[in-house]
Design a protein around this ligand. Structure first.
Ligand code: C5P
Length: 400
């Protein structure tokens, strides 16, 4: 079931009595880490309310094709592209027939036509309807086209008959859905990533900060989520949109970043410190805006901030810990020193004196250093570099 972490599942519900089990199925899929969006046919809403599915999926339920409000939110083509997999459970005989003939006469059938995502059906119907030649023909046709059929099971039916046509139990459907995905490099692992700058308040309107854009940390978080990890992104103030498939915790100061990093650290497998944390903060934050005085020189007293990555690396239940070293000279030498001093497993060194890479740029070139080896990665767009780094980090983590 770990293969469902971060997967985007579009759950279609059609009008059969087994629709009541789709509530449980939604819970099972979510518990396994999937993001679930439910689409219901009009007949399905006669068996179970959209409100129930909305509460259980944590997302609005999609009902109509020609709904201007829904189209303004996530339109049907966007929804079709969003899905990593479409699962229709229960799938009625009527829905299978419409699918087999390529009809798009409601939202769900249209989505099935418009999406390239794999399609799985959990048929549920009376045993005579399942045995009917037309249904058998449709089932065979859909299988030939690569549609996966989960079941149906054999047994007692709601109508009192016994035979084939029962929808499989929700847990088995969730399991079969999980099996449709390959295991990612970080499937089942929890990764915390710090990103962006911190802001250290001087008074209510002023602060000390730096030029970090957060792009590298955000790209790493995305790559870790793509690799199947459960990601917590602990972000300082940046101008970047909230990435999908992860939890983002927004912080301002280094102290807040430390608290957010330590919360749940026992569950963290890999910690990546990509944030540019301010080394010092003002000893005290003035309660009111500080006024300009007569003196030409003003003194600001600073106190050292906690070292977040070193605190994590020294934790009793320490995760595999990765730091960054942004340097302007003697890059590798400083980075090696930090690797040892902060007790890191890996450090990623980059030269921020170069204007073409580093802080605000979209590209970066780095050297990955562990106690045993050093590996140079040439100048690459940050998103591509992030995937390479996550692969390297995962390899090192697994080889420990
Ligand atoms: O010591 P320096 O700031 O150069 O170390 C850089 C590495 O340490 C980065 O991974 C950065 O995110 C992390 N760091 C931290 N907390 C600090 C200072 C740096 O986690 N207070």
């Amino acid at each position: 079931m770990q293969r469902l972490t971060n997967r985007q599942i579009l759950l279609g519900i059609t009008g059969g009595i087994a629709a009541y089990k789709s509530a449980e199925l939604t819970r099972n899929l979510r518990a396994a880490g999937a993001d679930v969006r439910v689409v219901m046919t009009p007949a399905a809403t006669e068996f179970i309310t959209p409100l129930t599915l909305q509460a259980l999926s944590g997302n609005p339920v999609h009902l109509h094709m020609l709904d201007a409000e829904a189209e303004a939110g996530m339109g049907h083509i966007e929804l079709a592209r969003w899905a990593d997999l479409i699962l229709v459970a229960p799938a009625t005989a009527d829905f299978m027939a419409r699918l087999a003939t390529g009809q798009g006469n409601d939202l769900l059938s249209t989505l099935c036509l418009a999406s390239d995502a794999p399609l799985c059906l959990a048929p549920a119907m009376n045993q005579a309807m399942w045995r009917d030649t037309a249904t058998q023909h449709n089932a065979a046709l859909l299988s030939e086209r690569g549609v996966q059929l989960f079941g149906p099971g054999v047994g007692e039916q709601a109508c009192g008959d016994t035979g084939p046509g029962r929808m499989l139990e929700p847990m088995e459907i969730a399991q079969r859905t999980a099996e449709q995905f390959d295991a990612g490099l970080l499937t089942g692992k929890t990764v915390f990533i710090t990103a962006g700058p911190t802001r250290e308040a001087i008074d209510p309107v002023r602060y000390i900060s730096n030029h970090s854009s957060g792009k590298m940390g955000y790209a790493l978080a995305q790559a870790a989520a793509d690799a199947g990890a459960t990601v917590k992104l602990i972000s300082g103030p940046v101008n970047l949109a909230e990435p999908a498939r992860m939890q983002r915790v927004q912080v301002d100061s280094a102290e807040q970043m430390l608290a957010a990093s330590l919360e749940g650290i026992e569950q963290c497998d890999i910690f990546i410190a990509a944030a540019a944390v301010a080394d010092y903060r003002p000893t005290a934050v003035a309660e009111h805006k500080m006024k300009k005085g007569k003196e030409e020189v003003m003194e600001l007293h600073l106190v050292k901030n906690p070292d977040i990555v070193a605190t994590v690396a020294n934790h009793a239940q320490r995760p595999f810990t990765v730091g960054f070293a942004a340097e302007t000279r003697d890059v590798l030498q400083y980075a090696r020193g930090k690797l040892a001093r902060k007790k890191l497993d890996l450090i990623i060194a980059n030269d921020v004196s170069r204007s073409d890479i580093g802080f605000n740029s979209d590209q970066n070139a780095v050297t990955v250093i562990s106690a045993e080896q050093e590996l140079e990665l040439p100048c690459t767009p940050k998103r591509q570099l992030a995937s390479q780094l996550i692969r390297l980090i995962a390899d090192q983590y697994h080889s420990q």
